[in-house]
Design a protein around this ligand. Structure first.
Ligand code: NAP
Length: 525
C-alpha cells in the first residue's frame, strides 16, 4: 500500500494544513517520505464531532459484534504483512524480531479484549430485586451495569510503535469499553501509524460500524494535542510519554469546564533490590540478568531497571564489577528518535558530571546516528537521599547503583522513592525476613512487585498491573496493560425501578446475552 501522508478522519483521508511532519530514520538521519501535513483545530473538531455521533450506536453494540470488530482489527493488521515491519524498522530503528514480536503482542491484546468483551463480566451487572414487603422500608428494584465514558483521546507512544500506538493497548481497551477513539499519532512514526490506521478503517467498514468510531490525527507541536484534550466531547485520555507531557495534559483536562480523567503513563526508574543472601550466592548471575534487562530495546522501556539498591560490601563490589564488565561489552544500539537520543545524552552527561556520582562503565561507542551506549553509575545512599535529581528517569540504557550502609538504610531509600511501575526483589530463601520488612513500603510505591525476575517484558494478561503512583502514572488505581485496562473507560450507571422495556439487555430478567450477574448478592453464572 502506498502511504498518502493523510489524516484519517472517520472513513475519510484528509490533508492537514498546519506544519509538516516527516519521519526521520534514526539509524541514518534521513528524512522519509511522505510528508504529513499536520492537522489543527478544524480536524480535531471534525474527528470529535464524528466520534460523538458514533458513540450513540457504538456503545450499544452487542457483545459479539464489538468483539468481532476487535478481532477484525487484529486480522487486518496481520494482513498488512511485511510492509508494516519494514516501515516500523525504518521509522524507529528497532530490529525486526522486536517488531514482529510487538505485532504479535498488538494483535494478541486486541484478541484478549475481544474475549473480555464476549465474556461480559466488564459490565459488572448487579441486580437487587425489589423487596416490597421489607420492613420498616420496602426496597425498590435496583440494577447496575457499566457503560463507556464517551469518545477517548489516545496519544500514541514513541517506544511501542505498534503495541502502544494507533491500535495498541489504550485504543483496544477504549474500543472494548464501547468508546470511539481519536488518536493523536506520534510524530516519530507517522507511516507506521497510517498503515495501522487504515487497517482499523477497513475493520470499521467490514463490521458496518459508524465511521466516527476511529480517527487518526497528526500534528507537530502541542496545539493539536491540547485542542483534542480540550474538546468537550472527549471524555477521557490515554497517554504514554514524558512526565512533562503527561502532567501538562493532566492540567489541561482538570482546567476544562468539565474535567475528565487522564490515564498517563510517564516515568519510572524501576528499582531493583539486591537482598544480601541472593547477592552472596549468585551476584554474578544477577549481574548478567541485570545487564540483559538494562540493554533490552536500548533501555527504551518504561520498565527499564534504572536503579539498583543494596548494602555495600564485598558482594556488592563484585556485582558492580561484573555488571560493569557486561555494560562495557554492550554493543551500542540505535535509539528511537533524535529527540529521545538527545534527552538520553543530556541525562547521562548530568550523571557523569555529578560530583557525588561515580561512573563505573559505559558501553561501546557505535557507528551511525542516535546511538545509545549503556551507562552504569554508583552513588551512596546518603547522597541519593540528599538529591532528588538522582531519581529522575533517564530514558535509555542507564542505571544507578545505590550503596547503603545497612538494611535500615535500604528501607530509608525505599521509603524515599517516587511512585514506580515496578519494583524487583532479587532474593533467596534466607532473605525472606528482609523482604517481608520491605514489602509494606514497596506496595505503597509500585504497581507490580517481582521476585527474581526482571521488570522488562510485560505479560499482557488478566492479572497484570502496569501502573503505579505518580509519576509512574497519573492514576494509581488502574493499569494500562492487561484486560483490567478496560475499567479506565467505563463508569457505573444504576437503574432504579425502570420498567423492563427501558432496561438494557444485560439487565433484563431474561438476560439475553447470558452475562454473569450478581443477583441479590449471589453470583449467577
Ligand atoms: P512526549 O514528548 O511526552 O510526547 C508524547 C506525545 O504527547 C506526543 O504526541 C506529543 O506531541 C504529545 N505532547 C507532549 N507534550 C504535550 C503537551 N504539553 N501538550 C499536548 N501534547 C503533548 O514523549 P516522547 O516524544 O515519546 O518522548 C520524549 C521523552 O518521553 C523520552 O525521552 C522519555 O523521557 C519519555 N518517555 C517515557 C516513556 C515511558 O514509558 N516512561 C515512554 C516514552 C517516552 P508532539 O508530537 O507534538 O511532540
Amino acid at each position: 500500500m502506498s502511504l498518502e501522508g493523510k489524516l484519517l478522519i472517520g472513513q475519510q483521508a484528509v490533508s492537514g494544513n498546519q506544519d509538516d511532519i516527516h519521519a526521520v530514520n534514526p539509524a541514518t538521519g534521513e528524512t522519509m517520505e511522505p510528508t504529513y501535513a499536520g492537522g489543527g483545530k478544524a480536524e480535531v473538531e471534525r474527528a470529535c464531532e464524528l466520534a460523538e455521533k458514533a458513540f450513540a450506536s457504538y456503545r450499544e453494540t452487542g457483545l459479539e459484534a464489538r468483539a468481532t470488530f476487535l478481532d477484525t482489527i487484529a486480522s487486518e493488521i496481520e494482513g498488512i504483512g511485511d510492509e508494516l515491519i519494514e516501515r516500523a524498522m525504518a521509522e524507529t530503528g528497532l530490529p525486526r524480531p522486536r517488531l514482529e514480536g510487538e505485532r504479535g503482542r498488538t494483535c494478541g491484546q486486541l484478541r484478549l479484549f475481544a474475549s473480555v468483551v464476549r465474556a461480559g463480566e466488564w459490565l459488572d451487572v448487579r441486580i437487587d430485586p425489589a423487596l416490597p414487603d421489607r420492613s420498616p422500608m420496602p426496597r425498590t428494584d435496583l440494577r447496575q451495569r457499566h457503560i463507556g465514558l464517551g469518545p477517548v483521546a489516545v496519544f500514541g507512544a514513541s517506544n511501542f510503535p505498534l503495541a502502544f500506538s494507533v491500535a495498541g493497548g489504550d485504543t483496544a481497551s477504549a474500543l472494548a469499553a464501547g468508546c470511539p477513539v481519536v488518536i493523536k499519532g506520534h510524530s516519530a512514526h507517522p507511516g507506521t501509524s497510517e498503515l495501522v490506521g487504515r487497517a482499523v478503517q477497513r475493520a470499521v467498514t467490514k463490521c458496518n460500524l459508524a465511521d466516527g468510531v476511529f480517527s487518526l490525527l497528526f500534528g507537530a507541536g502541542n496545539e493539536i494535542g491540547q485542542a483534542l484534550v480540550n474538546d468537550p466531547r472527549i471524555q477521557a485520555v490515554g497517554f504514554t510519554g514524558s512526565r512533562g507531557g503527561g502532567t501538562a495534559l493532566m492540567a489541561t483536562a482538570q482546567a476544562r469546564p468539565q474535567p475528565i480523567p487522564v490515564y498517563a503513563e510517564m516515568s519510572s526508574i524501576n528499582p531493583v533490590f539486591l537482598l544480601p543472601e541472593a547477592l552472596k550466592a549468585r551476584g554474578d548471575k544477577i549481574a548478567e540478568g541485570f545487564v540483559g534487562s538494562l540493554n533490552m530495546g536500548a533501555g527504551q522501556f518504561c520498565t527499564n531497571p534504572g536503579l539498583v539498591i543494596a548494602v555495600k560490601g564485598q558482594e556488592l563490589n563484585a556485582f558492580i564489577d561484573a555488571a560493569g564488565e557486561g555494560v562495557k561489552a554492550s554493543a551500542s544500539q540505535t535509539m528511537l528518535s533524535p529527540g529521545i537520543h538527545h534527552a538520553y545524552k543530556q541525562g547521562i552527561e548530568a550523571l557523569s558530571s555529578h560530583a557525588k556520582v561515580r561512573e563505573v562503565a559505559r558501553g561501546q561507542v557505535g557507528e551511525g546516528a542516535n546511538q545509545c551506549c549503556a551507562g552504569l553509575f554508583v552513588a551512596s545512599a546518603a547522597d541519593f537521599l540528599a538529591d532528588e535529581a538522582l531519581q529522575a528517569e533517564i530514558f535509555g540504557a542507564s542505571s544507578l547503583v545505590v550503596e547503603c550502609a545497612d538494611q535500615a538504610e535500604v528501607k530509608r531509600v525505599a521509603a524515599d522513592l517516587e511512585g514506580q511501575l515496578t519494583i524487583t526483589l532479587q532474593m533467596d530463601d534466607g532473605d525472606v525476613e528482609a523482604a517481608k520488612a520491605l514489602l509494606p513500603t514497596l506496595e505503597r510505591k509500585a504497581g507490580r512487585i517481582l521476585a527474581n525476575g526482571w521488570p522488562t517484558g510485560v505479560e499482557v494478561c488478566h492479572a497484570m498491573v502496569h501502573g503505579g503512583p505518580y509519576p509512574a502514572t497519573s492514576d494509581s488505581r488502574t493499569t494500562s496493560v492487561g484486560s483490567a485496562a478496560i475499567h479506565r473507560f467505563l463508569r457505573p450507571v444504576c437503574y432504579q425501578a425502570l420498567p423492563e422495556a427501558l432496561l438494557p439487555g444485560a439487565l433484563k430478567d431474561a438476560n439475553p446475552e447470558g452475562v454473569s450477574r450478581l443477583v441479590d448478592g449471589k453470583r449467577e453464572a
